[in-house]
Design a protein around this ligand. Structure first.
Ligand code: ADP
Ligand code: MG
Length: 270
């Protein structure tokens, strides 16, 4: 059971929302749609091996939302996240991301959008084991052709913001799971994205570390960044502002109030 606790000290020291609002993150100009699925369908395989992972899904997530995606295993959550993050494209339908129709863009343009506008956080962190925390956080800026001195400065600043200013030269195997996930979050925010996408970000963490990571997402959201997270833990989803509930490749409920999850038991891990 996760209790809502005050933000950890490191957030208070390094991580004031006011500072973030003015210096670190782009602010959405208005409450407008950042993510718009229009009749999105994703089919894997063909003929008798065909799987309808998403079926005519309409879904809108506005700039500035803090939203969780839930549903049973196999209901299409990861497929939807891959679509939202421009990692995959629909079989049919229209996807507007930040006002741009991305459903049929070539891979080079999708890669550019991912690099500039989206930060990804995964359950298993996906850090490069031979690189230090600082070097891991520098990676997205390499693709964005940021010069070395600026890369190091911005990476150090992002690590400071997640409370790891004193661990920048450690490799992943010298850090705890929670610290590694904070490095991954620093990597996700270092290019000042509009959106953070997190697929089961607390799935590999213990209760206290889960709380720390969720507090960081809350702070990022309060600074204006949109956060969309898949979770099977009602205790985690309850800390977000809205739950979108998937079942069998469709959205069963677009605006489930997280408070109503009280009676929902844990969803099987997918
Ligand atoms: P969830 O994340 O909710 O567990 P997924 O989006 O991973 O669900 O999967 C939705 C459905 O699509 C499942 O039936 C799954 O087996 C199928 N699926 C997902 N990815 C692929 C793929 N690459 N090839 C074939 N089927 C897939
Ligand atoms: Mg999944």
């Amino acid at each position: 059971m996760i209790c809502r606790a005050p933000a950890p000290q490191f957030l208070k020291q390094h991580y004031s929302s006011n500072v973030l609002q003015t210096t670190f993150f782009k602010q959405p100009s208005t409450m407008s749609a950042l993510i718009q699925f229009k009749q999105i369908t994703k089919v894997y395989g063909m003929d008798n091996t065909e799987v309808r992972a998403l079926w005519n899904v309409d879904m809108t997530i506005n700039s500035g939302e803090y939203c969780s995606i839930m549903g049973p295993s196999g209901s299409g959550k990861s497929t939807a996240m891959n679509m939202i993050g421009c990692l995959d494209q629909p079989t049919d339908g229209e996807y507007l991301f930040d006002g741009q129709d991305v459903a049929k863009l070539p891979e080079t343009e999708l890669a550019h959008i991912r690099n500039r506008k989206i930060g990804f956080v995964f359950q298993q962190f996906h850090l490069l084991s031979h690189l230090t925390a600082l070097e891991n956080v520098e990676q997205p800026m390499m693709y964005a052709s940021v010069r070395s001195a600026e890369r190091k400065e911005r990476a150090a600043s992002a690590l400071e913001k997640v409370g790891l200013g004193n661990r920048i030269n450690n490799r992943p195997n010298q850090l705890s799971g929670g610290q590694q996930q904070r490095v991954a979050i620093a990597r996700a925010i270092v290019n000042n994205p509009l959106l953070i996408l997190a697929d089961e970000p607390t799935g590999a963490l213990d209760t206290q570390t889960t709380q720390d990571v969720i507090d960081i997402f809350s702070e990022l959201n309060q600074s204006g960044i949109t956060v969309v997270m898949v979770t099977h833990e009602p205790e985690v989803a309850r800390l977000t502002n809205r739950v979108v509930w998937f079942r069998d490749g469709e959205v069963l409920n677009h605006h489930l109030d997280p408070a109503d999850l009280a009676s929902v038991t844990a969803v099987p891990v997918s």
